[in-house]
Design a protein around this ligand. Structure first.
Ligand code: ADP
Ligand code: MG
Ligand code: MG
Length: 912
């Protein structure tokens, strides 16, 4: 029956490459897959590649759309392709005298390393193996190839695999038994006869398991392998990988059928992998490994310990030189670092794969900067190539790689959580924040291990080397604070069972007590028991600690160069969220252009201030409140002075009190009783106050400017602290620039009332000090209503700062603290494109922002606009902010570099 949905006749289904000519090229990744496109391109530019052909990804789509059938004509085309390969090499597929052997290789558009399957040495059977023996005059080689083929084919095509975790791979077990029986360790030590025995044993085992013979006819073998490669597109591993990396399921894979070249013919043969530059450090040297007398995946599979590529010249000098030359050629051709696979057969080099190599953040920066220096790419290309998030790696302390490997080998890995705060931390286990502080005072390094963290834990988190939580996502409290602090953090490591009462942490059989050593890698999410040495980041040593001479740090120099280029092209400003002078200092060291958010309440938790805050909250009337506020005034003033001083004449945006008051009160009854004693108030009074302040929805409750409206004296005190600090600095001849920011405003009138207070205090304070201070009064835009009436609000505001965290909560109608139950699965199912707390929801929240920008600027042309939500450090959100015309983004101090690079990329992309 004729098939209506045939492949369009004009469409080619297979593409040939060989002998210096290719029907495809590097641009055809979609059709040929990445591996195929690379093989065609290499052939085209004269690199030695064994001839072959690529069956396109369209055939894969057809295969799935037609219940695993192939388009008509494919069979003929494949046969023609085989004949063409054979002609070039003077061999024939299935020939008993001089057989052509091929590999059947998968290859998707994006490389999915290790996810799909490959079969080597296809075309062997009991007759062709004799031909191969005679031609090579080498029985050992022929049976080594045969044994590999049967083993791989059984695994990939026939599905002969271990039944469960306990059973070992059935053919691998036979292989191991054979080596043991012969008293040898390596495959290379087995004789031709041994290998022949293995082929027989394998086939027997296969027959016993499947009830049928191993396919003998090379053509049957080939179609079995092609089908298996297409099928492997939908194996569990591949599906999971695509989900993780957002690769569409409908892309499909291509199949490459390629003449075999043999690295297992003897000692002047080898196979290997290499990178044109070091993928870890980025250093410009050839980096790779090889094995002599080996094939295919032996190098990566760890069958024998591979040798460093530098030694290849000792084995096959000509081929080694040729490899160097070709790698240089490929790198210049692709204008990027390449990851290549090669095989050397009888001293002759063959290239089997090239692709742009994956690299660490260190390598990404170094390679980009070096390639600009070598005039391979332009500065702008260099900037565009680096994932902004990768810069984080340059700032984190790191584990000594060798020690970590050792820990793996010793079975010290406890589990894996989310890599929430990149870097390495090692220390003693503590379970409570105050213990962390206490232990640190004694000179101990600690890792704070919690089921989850809360604002009370901030000081403990600060004291700890790192933070580990059993619950929570990338935007959980622990993760958020860790990022701002630049703290190493692994969040949501669910295998951890933490028993606070017993002060132990359990994973299966392993048990760690308080004080035991633990190590967490916040770049990978790994959690180890025991101590692992860390090294501090060089960039931080130069910029923050000042303990390293910039001239002595290559990494710093590369980083600094990149930042200079980024600064030159970006138009978006980058500020920092910082609550304390030390954070401000770090921000400044990173070249932050101001403070975009200083949260005054974070200062309330420090030292004995919380006492005065609680007195204020508990006061019965305004007089009582003012008395307590008077105690807070000098402390707030000192803090503001510190930050304003450090930032020089750069703007410092200070937000007036925002959180609901109950957050400052004790939580458990024990604490209430204790506090009542300390403060000399009846327990009942305190308990009552705590109850009165409870809210059903604190996020939407009595907070933000609503506090300042109920208790104007709070705003007054804060304004006074700000302006006294600024005036004192002014008197010292400095030029501070505070921006007073009113939170959670939804109407013009609210802002008007608060602004009136601030302006009055500003005037009075300046007068009494006899100085003038430059300042602005503005508002956060974090409620949908504020966006809709932004034109009216702009009449009262000199600046807008988008509080995208609250704006996301209120726009989507979801509470971040409760979203953990469903948000991750929403993202997984594609109901939302990404976690809206990580990356701005551009269609919803972003649309509101656009309205606010347009309305605000219509009323006040030079309205300053920025964003101070956590999104300010997310590269995609930064690009969005650039596109809608904001003046700046503000992010945590350690993300300044990321935001700057993202801003530069946004400027470059918009130009194109
Ligand atoms: P992967 O994508 O998993 O790397 P490949 O298709 O690249 O799978 O093949 C696996 C291994 O087999 C690689 O080391 C490759 O170099 C080797 N190989 C593939 N085809 C051939 C061939 N025609 N001749 C020799 N070795 C080959
Ligand atoms: Mg490969
Ligand atoms: Mg807010």
């Amino acid at each position: 029956m004729p098939n209506k949905k045939k492949m369009p006749n004009k469409k080619k289904s297979i593409f040939f490459f060989g002998n210096g000519k290719a029907e495809g090229n590097a641009q055809m990744r979609e059709l040929l897959g990445g591996k195929g496109a690379g093989l065609h391109e290499m052939t085209r530019i004269g690199v030695p590649v064994p001839p072959g052909f690529t069956i396109s990804t369209e055939v894969c789509s057809y295969f799935y759309a037609h219940r695993r059938r192939y388009p008509t004509g494919l069979e003929t085309n494949v046969a023609a392709g085989l004949a063409r390969i054979g002609k070039i090499l003077g061999r024939r597929f299935g020939d008993t005298d001089n057989p052509l052997l091929v590999s059947v290789r998968s290859g998707a558009r994006e490389s999915m390393p290790g996810m799909m399957d490959t079969v080597l040495n296809l075309g062997l059977n009991d007759r062709t193996v004799s031909g191969l023996t005679r031609r090579a005059n080498n029985a050992r080689f022929a049976f080594d190839s045969y044994r590999r083929f049967v083993q791989m084919y059984a695994d990939v095509v026939l599905g002969i695999k271990a039944k469960d975790k306990i059973e070992s791979d059935p053919l691998e077990a036979i292989f191991e038994r054979k080596k043991k029986a012969r008293g040898v360790r390596f495959d290379t030590e087995l004789s031709a006869a041994d290998l022949e025995d293995l082929v027989v044993a394998y086939k027997d085992e296969i027959k016993a398991r499947l009830g049928k013979e191993f396919p003998d006819d090379p053509m049957d073998q080939l179609w079995g392998a092609i089908g298996a490669v297409f099928d492997s597109w939908n194996n569990d591993r591949a599906i999971a990988y695509r989900e993780l990396y957002g690769i569409p399921h409908n892309w499909g894979t291509a199949v490459n059928v390629q003449a075999m070249v043999f690295g297992n013919l003897g000692d002047n043969c080898a196979t290997g992998v290499a990178f044109t530059r070091d993928p870890a450090s980025g250093e410009k040297h050839f980096y790779g490994e090889f094995l002599t007398n080996a094939q295919g995946e032996d190098v990566v599979a760890g069958i024998r310990t591979p040798r460093p590529i530098g030694e290849l010249g000792q084995v096959v000098p000509t081929a080694a030189r040729e490899l160097q030359r070709i790698c240089g050629l490929l790198e210049r051709h692709y204008r990027d670092m390449q990851d290549i696979e090669f095989t050397i057969e009888d001293g002759k080099l063959w290239m089997l794969q090239t692709r742009t190599g994956k690299r660490t953040g260190f390598a990404a920066v170094r390679i980009a900067v070096d390639m600009v220096g070598e005039r391979i790419i332009s500065k702008n290309e260099g900037l565009i190539r680096i994932e902004p998030d990768q810069l984080n790696q340059l700032l984190r302390p790191i584990f000594d790689q060798q020690t970590k490997e050792k820990a793996h080998k010793q079975g010290n890995l406890l589990g894996k959580g989310l890599p929430a705060g990149p870097g390495a931390a090692t220390g003693r286990v503590v379970f409570y924040a105050d213990d962390a502080v206490e232990w640190k005072k004694r000179g101990e390094r600690v890792v704070l291990c919690r089921i989850e963290t809360s604002p009370d834990d901030i000081r403990g988190m600060d004291a700890a080397q790192g933070v580990l939580t059993a619950r929570g996502g990338m935007t959980s409290h622990a993760a958020l604070v860790a990022r701002q602090m630049g703290k190493v953090c692994v969040a949501g490591c669910e295998v951890l069972q933490i028993d606070y009462a017993a002060r132990i942490l359990k994973v299966d059989q392993a048990e760690l007590k308080e004080g035991d050593w633990i190590s967490i890698d916040g770049s990978t999410g790994e959690v180890f028991k025991g101590e692992i040495q860390t090294l501090p980041s060089e960039v931080l040593q130069v910029l923050v600690a000042g303990s390293l001479d910039p001239k002595k740090s290559r990494i710093y120099q590369h980083f600094a160069k990149l930042m200079k280029w980024a600064d030159a092209v970006r138009t978006l400003g980058v500020r920092t969220n910082a609550d304390q002078p030390d954070q401000a200092a770090i921000a400044k060291a990173f070249g932050s252009e101001g403070i975009g958010l200083c949260r005054t309440e974070h200062m309330f938790f420090q030292g004995d201030r919380i006492q005065a805050v609680r007195e204020m909250i508990l006061a019965d009337d305004e007089t009582g409140r003012r008395r307590a506020l008077a105690k807070l005034l000098p402390m707030q003033k000192q803090d503001f002075k510190g930050i304003l001083d450090i930032m020089g004449s750069l703007p410092v945006t200070i937000r007036t009190l925002d959180p609901p008051l109950h957050e400052f009160l004790p939580k458990s009854d024990d604490e209430v009783v204790e506090l009542a004693q300390v403060m000399g108030v009846p327990v009942e009074v305190l308990r009552n106050k705590v109850n009165v302040l409870q809210e059903f929805n604190p996020m939407l409750g009595h907070r933000g400017c609503r506090l300042g409206i109920s208790y104007p004296e709070i705003t007054e005190m804060q304004a006074q602290a700000i302006f006294e600090a600024a005036c004192e600095l002014r008197r010292e001849g400095k030029n501070p620039f505070p921006e007073v920011m009113i939170p959670l405003v939804s109407s013009r009138q609210e802002l008007h009332e608060q602004r009136t207070i601030v302006e009055r205090i500003a005037k009075e304070t300046q007068k009494s000090y006899g100085v003038k201070v430059r300042y602005l009064v503005g508002t956060m835009i974090e409620l949908p209503r504020a966006c809709m009436v932004a034109d009216e609000i702009a009449e009262e505001a000199e600046f807008f700062s988008f509080g995208t965290n609250d704006l996301t909560q209120t726009c989507l109608g979801l509470s971040r603290d409760d979203a953990g139950k469903f948000l991750p699965s929403y993202v997984l199912q594609g109901l939302l494109p990404a976690d809206p707390f990580v990356s701005i929801d551009q269609d919803g929240v972003g649309a509101l922002m656009r309205i606010a920008v347009t309305k605000g600027r219509k009323r006040r042309k030079r309205l300053e606009m920025g964003i101070c939500g956590e999104h300010g450090g997310d590269p995609k959100s930064v690009e969005f902010c650039h596109d809608i015309g904001l003046d700046y983004v503000s992010c945590s101090p350690y993300r300044v570099a990321v935001a700057k690079l993202a801003a530069a990329q946004a400027a470059l992309r918009k130009k194109h």
